[in-house]
Design a protein around this ligand. Structure first.
Ligand SMILES: *Cc1c(COP(=O)(O)O)cnc(C)c1O
Length: 371
């Protein structure tokens, strides 16, 4: 989907905030920290390439979730290391090698398939990181034996053992037991390796913030880089972050409806009294999901409830006064003394801040500012 540029709805992304969030993380953990910026899913909705360009001088590498996201960065001139965090399609291995993209080895079985596709591949440029499933339960090896078999097979093929990593399931929670058991398991597998690679890493934002002893050789920094607390409202941040994204629009239509009149699909809103209704050009096709009914937006520094069902492209709000077409509407961000955070929306929807920003669709135009 192309961004709709002739529409007042826009996400405003403050790249200076992203840079400050990286710098504050470094100050908190010690300036030696090797940060690999996680820019998967279009940089959590913030725009992968723009985020990567502005973070480039502050980080040592990048993580993405699939090959296409890595190709996007390379095609925009990013030359620092890139790691694809999940197993790619084995047939595509030559693409990763040609673009010097490091791959994740999720299992020995996967590597055996890859080995069948190494003809004409310069394996001395094929860097790989072994994924350890220390308790997340998705992908990865669960024993040092399997990891060592991977190393042996990769050695035979001339591949480069660049890293080994794991991922925590509960680093953002108060309870410590699961976290501790994953950490112990990962440490034990690493200590039983036939040799240590350049990068041993396990830390996402939450682990870096609340368990900074686990950062090791690389911090994979995602959510906190965008100025979001990875625990939502569960744990306090340990240093200052600034949210990088605001979502704004404008009123496109204003009218007063009589008592008894209805608004939107299903005639779900029925006016109990004469009501001033404003229309805002955003809907579920923008990732502004239908459960946003009952939440609110800010107009002239005041909360205005979202009424009626959210349509594909529009939604309706109740206003306190008649206002001109073009009046600013804040969906995420500050207006006067009031503020709507991504977490406010996540709480309303019963989800996490990650999902709210990732769902903002490509139709929303992104505007980049610095400060
Ligand atoms: C997404 C992801 C991260 C980043 O997680 P945040 O919580 O956003 O910091 C790190 N590591 C892996 C393996 C991931 O998939």
């Amino acid at each position: 989907m192309k961004p709709s540029t002739h529409r007042p709805t826009q996400a405003i992304i403050n790249l200076a905030a992203i840079q400050a969030n990286i710098e504050n993380f470094k100050k908190y953990t010690g300036n030696h920290t090797n940060i690999w910026a996680v820019v998967k899913a279009n940089g959590y909705g913030h725009g992968a390439n723009d985020v990567a360009q502005s973070a480039n001088d502050l980080v040592s590498g990048f993580c993405v979730s699939n090959l296409d996201e890595a190709i996007e960065l390379r095609s925009h001139g990013i030359v620092k290391p890139i790691l694809v965090l999940s197993g790619i399609v084995p047939e595509d291995i030559h693409i990763a090698v040609n673009l010097r993209i490091a791959v994740t080895v999720p299992s020995l079985d996967w590597l055996k398939l890859v080995v069948q596709h190494l003809e004409d591949v310069e394996t001395e440029h094929l860097k790989y990181h072994i994924k350890v499933d220390s308790g997340m339960g998705r992908i990865g090896v669960t024993t040092a034996r399997e990891a060592n078999e991977i190393i042996a097979l990769a050695d035979q093929s001339g591949m480069v053992f660049d890293g080994i990593f794991t991922h925590f399931a509960t680093a953002d929670e108060v309870a410590q037991e699961k976290f501790e058991s994953q950490w112990t398991k990962f440490e034990s597998i690493v200590s039983d390796l036939s040799r240590r690679p350049q990068y041993v890493h396990s830390s996402n934002s939450a682990a870096g913030i609340w368990h900074k002893e686990t950062i090791q050789d690389i911090e994979r920094l995602g959510d906190a880089m965008y100025g979001l607390n990875p625990s939502g409202q569960t744990l306090e941040m340990t240093y200052e972050i600034t949210p990088a994204l605001e979502l704004k629009s404008e009123l496109t239509h204003i009218k007063t409806i009589e008592k008894g009149a209805t608004v939107g699909y299903g005639a779900a809103f029925v006016a109990e009294k004469p009501t001033i209704v404003g229309t805002v050009p955003i809907g579920y096709a923008d990732g502004w999901t239908r459960d946003m009914t009952g939440f609110y937006v800010l107009v002239n520094g005041k909360k205005c409830p979202i009424i009626g069902r959210i349509s594909m492209d529009q939604m309706t709000i109740a206003l306190n006064e008649t206002l001109p077409i073009g009046t600013k509407v804040t969906l995420i961000g500050q207006d006067g003394d009031e503020k709507i955070t991504v977490d406010d929306i996540a709480v309303h929807r019963g989800t996490i801040n990650y999902e709210v920003v990732c769902l903002l669709s490509d139709r929303i135009k992104r505007i980049y500012i610095n400060g």
